[in-house]
Design a protein around this ligand. Structure first.
Ligand code: HEM
Length: 319
């Protein structure tokens, strides 16, 4: 059931949820609702061009069909374009599309994503101003997830590109290793993801994206895939984490873990999830319950892509 709620931001339409609804309809809220002349609803992003968005979706799908390895990279691009959000400073996030700037691409965590942005430029040129970079990068994330066997994550349009001044400082994305042991790695994950407004369960759910893709020695310096099926988003990341014996790989590169076959890898930050009691609880849960992973991943990824955005308009890209 849809309902109107009052907030300091004005009026918003939302789903009915117990406490919020009660807070509005009961007590002082009732007086407010009956006596107050409603101002107009907040303007949604003006002029969302649905046809252009569907064209963007088709263009992204065609790029993945041509090169299936590009799908996981699109997911990483979407996440890094959004993962700069700071809920206290109220900046960063997907809103400005700032990952297109060389200043942000130069941040350590973004190694290799310059090539991904460059590969999307011809599609962006075709779309012109009808679809912002910020919308295109986030759309790429959900399109690639769906194309790779994952859920159809709800997506909204209307992000407005900002200029280079909106690039946030380096260091907002997680490091794969702090080189001070697993407790420090777990603490680091918490400090990065709590800053964005995520909790332990959401951190673990989001980490399940590592079922997709691989590490590239010429990007992060790490090497190899997490899963034997790196273009399928399933819960195999979690079952591998707990059921396979992971040992430190003997090689010249940075410290990473390998399974007995030597074909699969884990980053120190992945292994940190099974050394921490609270994280481990959710790793076990998602290993046993693929549906819970899918549902939690859907909600957390949508939240990630919408953190820090304003006045977006839902677009039914899955119709
Ligand atoms: C928890 C902290 C995380 C760390 C430390 C981390 C680190 C990394 C690193 C080092 C790579 C390899 C990049 C390369 O060499 O090309 C990578 C790849 C990837 N990451 Fe993460 N990541 C984290 C969380 C996430 C999240 C939250 C998502 C999405 C929800 C994600 C999605 C991906 C994907 C799909 C790839 C594969 C990209 C490709 O195949 O090109 N990661 N990550």
């Amino acid at each position: 059931m849809m309902f109107l709620v009052s907030s300091s931001m004005g009026l918003q339409i939302g789903q009915s949820t117990g406490p919020t609804r009660r807070a509005v309809i009961g007590g002082a809220g009732a007086a407010f609702v009956s006596n107050f002349a409603f101002p107009p609803l907040p303007a949604f992003a003006a002029d969302v061009d649905t046809a252009a968005i569907m064209k963007a979706k088709a263009g992204l799908q065609a790029l993945i069909d041509k090169d299936p390895d590009f799908g996981p990279t699109m997911v990483r691009l979407a996440w890094h374009s959004s993962g700069t959000y700071d809920k206290i400073a109220k900046n960063g996030g997907s809103q400005g599309g700032t990952i297109r700037f060389k200043e942000e691409l130069a941040h350590g965590g973004n190694a290799g994503l310059d090539k991904a942005v460059a590969r999307l430029e011809p599609l962006k040129a075709e779309l012109g101003d009808a679809v912002s970079y910020a919308d295109l990068f986030t759309l790429a994330g959900v399109v690639a997830i769906s194309q790779n066997g994952g859920p159809q994550i709800p997506w909204k349009a209307g992000r407005k590109d900002q200029d280079v001044a909106a690039v946030t400082p380096n260091g907002r994305l997680p490091d794969a290793d702090k080189n001070k042991g697993m407790k420090t790695n777990a603490d680091h994950l918490r400090s990065i993801f709590y800053r964005m407004g995520f909790d332990d369960r959401e951190i673990v759910a989001l980490s399940g994206a590592h079922a997709l893709g691989r590490c590239h020695p010429d990007a992060s310096g790490y090497d190899g895939p997490w899963s034997p099926t790196p273009t399928t988003l399933n819960n195999v990341y979690f079952s591998s984490l707990i059921y396979l014996p992971w040992t430190i790989r003997d090689w010249k590169g940075p410290e990473q873990y390998e399974d007995p076959s030597g074909k699969l890898m884990m980053l120190p930050s992945d292994i940190a999830l099974i050394h921490d009691k609270s994280f481990l609880k959710y790793v076990k849960m998602y290993a046993k319950q693929p549906d819970a992973f899918r549902a939690d991943f859907t909600a957390a990824f949508q939240k990630l892509e919408e953190n820090g955005t304003k006045n977006l308009k839902p677009v039914d890209i899955w119709a």
